[in-house]
Design a protein around this ligand. Structure first.
Ligand SMILES: C[S@@+](CC[C@H](N)C(=O)[O-])C[C@H]1O[C@@H](n2cnc3c(N)ncnc32)[C@H](O)[C@@H]1O
Length: 294
């Protein structure tokens, strides 16, 4: 394509380049690029297909396309991702939030709702619900919970200063989120949380090496690598969390789909009650739910 190309030609060639570069949904990514650069949705692009963009606009599209075709995920190219219906800033400092984690949020909302219902409205007004999102990354889980429970106090922590730098942009919309840099619970004040949530790194180190390049080479290693068997951080969370949880409080964690039984046994070993594995919509083991003993 060149400066004489109309939108139709540009669209076709952009989709072809994306397909050649291995994009799973070239049409959808092309629409995202058109929206960003030309401010056009699919229908507008169709209605104006015989028109031409100005040269600066075409150059802007080509620059983004080049970055995408070199293997950078579209979310990093555009600097945004959608999670639970909300637009979040993302860049290479944080993991791109995944749809599986939206299912964790759905269950977390249910659990938070049940806690508030059990407490009754008087107690809830006196003491806000305290939720912790451990290993927050972009802050996706914390933001979704803060939006659903504006009266709750949400703490969001990560060991990575870089990740928190990005997350703070997402937290700006939520006065009820407090961000903390911490190696898991290290240095936390001993306040009991009512609900602890986490999507920690849980991929075994060897498996990280075998991941596709767009993940292994673009997303932070710290966000992926869970140590030799993948459960290193999960085990540490289970060991440390009880000291920071209210009696009976739930802990909900995302896990790998082959880690269900091992994670459940670890939770029992760490003294949690009611440890069980929850499946995602595709029936894969995806979440560990357990409760601090009373
Ligand atoms: C899988 S990412 C999850 C990001 C986000 N919660 C999400 O669901 O999209 C894991 C995050 O854990 C953080 N992390 C790794 N080790 C940690 C530790 N020891 N203490 C706190 N955070 C840690 C990483 O920096 C990364 O942001």
């Amino acid at each position: 394509m060149d400066y004489s190309s109309d939108y139709r030609t540009i669209r076709i060639e952009t989709e072809l380049s994306l397909a050649h570069a291995g994009a799973a949904s070239p049409g959808q990514e092309c629409e995202m690029l058109f929206e960003r650069v030309f401010g056009m949705d699919r229908l507008q692009a169709f209605m104006r297909q015989s028109e031409r963009p100005g040269p600066e606009k075409l150059d802007a599209l080509l620059a983004l396309l080049k970055e995408r075709c070199s293997g950078t995920p579209i979310q990093y190219v555009l600097g945004e991702a959608y999670f639970c219906g909300r637009r979040l800033f993302v860049d290479s400092r944080v993991l791109i939030p995944r749809p599986e984690t939206e299912e964790l949020v759905e269950l977390a909302r249910q659990l938070a709702g049940e806690i508030l219902e059990r407490r009754g409205s008087k107690d809830a007004a006196e003491r806000p619900l305290r939720v912790l999102d451990l290993c927050t990354g972009s802050g996706a889980i914390a933001c979704a919970m803060a939006a659903a429970f504006p009266g709750a106090e949400i703490s969001a922590s990560d060991i990575s200063e870089d990740a928190l730098g990005l997350a703070s942009r997402n937290f700006a919309a939520f006065p009820n989120i407090r961000a903390l840099r911490s190696d898991l619970f290290e240095g936390f004040p001993p306040e009991p949380f009512d609900l602890v949530l986490s999507n920690p790194p849980y991929i075994p180190s060897e498996t990280v090496e075998a991941l596709e390049a767009s993940v292994k080479d673009c997303e932070p290693r710290l966000a992926l690598d869970g140590g030799e068997d993948g459960l290193g951080i999960v085990r540490r969370i289970l060991a440390e969390a009880p000291g920071f949880m209210a009696p009976g409080a739930p802990l909900l964690m995302e896990i790998g789909d082959d880690q269900g039984e091992a994670a459940r046994l670890e939770a029992e070993r760490a003294g949690f009650a009611g440890a069980r594995v929850r499946q995602d919509l595709r029936g894969r083991d995806r979440m560990l739910l357990c409760f601090r003993s009373r």
